[in-house]
Ligand binder design. Structure first.
Ligand code: APR
Ligand code: ZN
Length: 229
């Protein structure tokens, strides 16, 4: 059976109404990432960082998975653990569409991490009001997302999945942030087939064996239909 690694980026959630980062009107147009998405920014102005993530966490209740998320859940339902889904996104739309194994290499909005006891908690509320850690009671919870300069999660498992796969598919990412941007090169270097499904040309479109242009809500279901025959 063909083993597939699927990488998703903000573009897979765009049609659900979740802002991307670098498109016009994207998150990084309204915010300098260096002031809201680095450990230094959090140390300098924790309230600003908490308000940025509290607003994005609250917005999750107003969005729904789109046809791309549902198609990827259908792919996992059909192929089981032959599909390894890794996402750069911190939203929970893959899970809400029914995908059971989602590897959030940049963490999750609906999680809080205690910098005192290290516990990670599912979190739907706000953090700016410094709620106590359910584990140790300290008021030192931070968003459980990976900031610039921090180490992404699950890298060893991701590299193993890329090594074992037959096909690497990249969906809805501009391909400018590492290490995710290097996955296509790693796949090609190890003789894998590669496919990109993206609205616009990305920084690595020309590296893929095939790159299809269009909205994820159309391209992903069509591709999953092709795979499942
Ligand atoms: N369908 C498919 N692709 C889309 C759609 C859509 N409806 N809308 C936008 N896109 C594509 C854009 O063409 C762009 O290439 O999604 C990509 C979004 O790029 P970015 O905004 O840079 O988001 P992403 O690539 O996920 O960013 C990677 O950067 O800031 C960090 O941690 C953050 O995880 C994020 C990482
Ligand atoms: Zn704690």
């Amino acid at each position: 059976m063909t083993r597939i690694v699927v990488l998703t980026g903000a573009g897979v959630s765009a049609e659900s109404g979740v802002a991307t980062f670098r498109d016009s009107g994207g998150l990084w147009e309204g915010h300098d990432p260096m002031t809201v998405a680095t450990p230094e920014a959090f140390a300098a102005d924790p309230d600003l960082v908490h308000r940025f993530y509290d607003a994005r966490r609250a917005a999750l209740s107003r969005v729904r998975p789109n046809a791309a998320h549902h198609a990827l859940a259908r792919l996992e339902a059909a192929l089981g653990d032959a599909v390894y889904l890794v996402t750069q996104n911190v939203d929970d739309l893959h899970e809400r569409a029914g995908t059971s194994r989602v590897h959030h290499m940049h963490g999750r909005l609906r999680a809080a991490w205690c910098t005192v006891c290290g516990a990670r908690h599912t979190w739907d509320g706000t953090l700016v009001d410094r709620p106590p850690c359910p584990g140790c009671g300290s008021s030192s919870l931070r968003p459980d997302v990976v900031w610039f300069g921090e180490v992404p999660y699950d890298m060893e498992a991701i590299e193993e999945a890329l090594w074992d796969c037959d096909l690497f598919v990249s969906i809805g990412t501009s391909g400018v942030v590492y290490p995710a941007a290097a996955f296509v090169h790693y796949a090609i270097g190890n003789g894998k087939q590669t496919l990109e499904l993206n609205l616009d040309r990305s920084d690595s479109s020309s590296d893929f064996h095939e790159s299809r242009r269009g909205p994820a809500s159309e391209l992903v279901p069509a591709w999953v239909d092709e795979v499942l025959g």
